[in-house]
Design a protein around this ligand. Structure first.
Ligand SMILES: C[S@@+](CC[C@H](N)C(=O)[O-])C[C@H]1O[C@@H](n2cnc3c(N)ncnc32)[C@H](O)[C@@H]1O
Length: 246
């Protein structure tokens, strides 16, 4: 089930103000501009593909997302293909030179079966020699231990209303899936709105093994957006995998 933060229109509209352009977007934009055809899985509000078109990408750009409230914002640009759904709903075969999953969208794939099915669909969608680029947070850096808020985050929506957001990680954390809630409060709403999320923190060995099962070979791996090597203390596991030879 997709988090309420993405399906509730009032909450989805806060996504862009809460997530301004980031060095990770520059990293992916560079890859996108070097690829003829691109699929962005979990494209959300479509910011990456919007920018790629704005700066002159001439080829096929396609964004896929199961949350209509996110995708409707992406649709403000009509020169990009937008598909509502997830990888279980599509049947692309050898169509894209690059598939990306950005903004830690990869971590929403929490079950083994769901992850295997998604990777298999990504492999099928890749053209000969195509690449899959994505990031997942390094479990050794234990980012979730810093997510529970001490002071509510405050953001102003398009109508000028102040929204307060409180994040609480469910403890104890056991295994590699972290569950947490974000509670949004506004004086305009009758009651607070809570979105519950589950994110998987795969370690590098398990990640490599799931990729290899899907015929995706790790080509490059970085630990941060400066392209530094992956170490135990790196915040991210940024992976570029190439489709194997079938
Ligand atoms: C954190 S947002 C990232 C959005 C965008 N990639 C970015 O970097 O701004 C995660 C996105 O993944 C989408 N999502 C949730 N479940 C998904 C699934 N099973 N397959 C693909 N996308 C999914 C959500 O609707 C949401 O738009």
């Amino acid at each position: 089930m997709v988090d309420r933060a993405y399906t509730d229109r009032d909450l989805a509209e806060l996504y862009n103000p809460m997530n301004p352009w980031h060095p990770s977007d520059d990293f992916y934009l560079d890859l996108v501009m070097g690829a003829g055809s691109v699929l962005d899985v979990g494209c959300g509000t479509g910011v990456l593909l919007h920018r790629a078109r704005e700066v002159g990408h001439p080829g096929r750009l396609c964004g896929l997302d199961p949350a209509a409230a996110m995708l409707d914002q992406a649709r403000s640009r009509t020169d990009v293909e937008w598909v509502h759904g997830d990888l279980s709903a599509v049947g692309w075969e050898r169509e894209f030179d690059l598939v990306v999953m950005t903004g830690h969208a990869f971590q929403v794939l929490v079950d083994d079966d769901e992850l295997r099915a998604a990777l298999s669909a990504i492999r099928s969608a890749l053209a000969e020699g195509g690449r899959f680029a994505f990031e997942t947070r390094n479990p050794l850096a234990r980012a979730w231990e810093r997510w529970t808020t001490t002071e509510p985050e405050e953001i102003t929506n398009a109508a000028g209303d102040l929204i307060r957001i409180v994040t609480v990680v469910e403890t104890p954390v056991t295994g590699d899936v972290v569950h947490f809630t974000d509670t949004f409060t506004s004086s305009r709403w009758d009651e607070p709105r809570t979105s519950r999320s589950s994110l998987r923190f795969l370690d590098p060995d398990s990640l490599r093994s799931f990729l290899s099962e899907a015929d995706l070979v790790v080509e490059e791996q970085f630990g941060d957006w400066n392209r530094d090597p992956l170490t135990d203390t790196s915040p991210e596991i940024i992976t570029i995998a190439r489709a194997g030879h079938r």
